[in-house]
Design a protein around this ligand. Structure first.
Ligand code: 9WO
Length: 251
């Protein structure tokens, strides 16, 4: 079923980056997913639309009030269809992984709550029941960019969004490894040539070389991704080769 994405944000125009460009923009035009936003300012308890206030206990900055966020969230819940996942983007959440993205792609509706200022009143998180998700161990100025990152990665798992659905199967993390290096024309560039195996036409040799490069890169750049991996016989063999050579031109 078509994915319904709702965002709760005081800057809904930021989502033009997702809705108007690239594969996600084209998919929206084609009706493969739908997008709507709810502005918590519309639920402010004052005529001016203020929804932030000073933190109890003191300290710098302002905190988003729970009331307007909760009202906006409940409005979004009313508009949702099918199984819903409510998410608050924050550095305090569980880290987003490809596995988590695959899980979220099963939902029919996503409600993404984007905080601003110095944070939101904790009671919003408790009363709404949203799950808190982080897109990485760093801080940005609001939840909008992290929300777009999450939506983009979920949408590319929806069949038809990417067009050539083959590429989903082959790309990084699906096989638990980093991507192998890619090349296109020209064949020679400033004394750097395309690895000859890729021009050989020997598809079995190409497949083996690509797996070897993927293993080598993962081993050198992200050894954490290999922890607990059950290697296939071919992979163990290639890892032995890599260990013997002890050089990876791509690093
Ligand atoms: C700013 C700040 C200033 C002074 C004292 C404490 C402070 N905390 C923050 C802060 O964390 N602001 C956040 C900004 C509030 C929630 C929305 N914002 C946000 C979300 N920044 N970074 C994220 C985020 C979300 C998901 N994954 C990575 C980062």
């Amino acid at each position: 079923m078509k994915m319904h994405v709702q965002v709760i944000s005081i800057f809904p125009q930021m989502f033009a980056a997702l809705c108007d460009y690239g594969v996600t923009g084209r998919a929206l035009k084609k009706g493969l997913w739908c997008f709507s936003s709810i502005n918590p300012r519309d639920f402010a308890d004052n005529q001016l639309g203020y929804i932030d206030d000073r933190p109890f206990g003191g300290g710098p900055g302002m905190v988003m009030q729970a009331g307007p966020l909760l009202a906006a969230y409940r409005e979004a819940q009313k508009q949702a269809v099918g199984p819903v996942r409510g998410i608050y983007l924050s550095p305090q959440g569980q880290i987003l992984t490809q596995r988590k993205i695959q899980e979220l792609a099963q939902a029919s509706s996503l409600i993404l709550v984007c905080g601003r200022y110095e944070g939101v009143d904790e009671r919003f998180i408790e009363l709404s029941g949203v799950e808190e998700i982080s897109v990485g161990d760093f801080v940005v100025s609001g939840g909008e960019l992290p929300a777009m990152l999450l939506i983009d990665s979920v949408l590319r798992l929806v069949p038809e969004v990417l067009g050539d659905s083959q590429s989903v199967v082959q790309e990084s993390f699906v096989n638990g490894l980093l991507d192998y290096p890619q090349y296109t024309r020209p064949e020679h560039l400033e004394k750097q040539s395309v690895p000859s195996v890729l021009l050989s036409g020997n598809h079995q040799a190409i497949k083996k070389w690509r797996l070897k490069m993927a293993l080598s890169r993962t081993l050198h750049r992200r050894p954490d991704l290999l922890e607990g991996r059950q290697y296939k016989p071919e992979e163990s063999c290639l890892l032995q080769e890599i260990d013997q050579e002890r050089q990876d031109v791509s690093i």
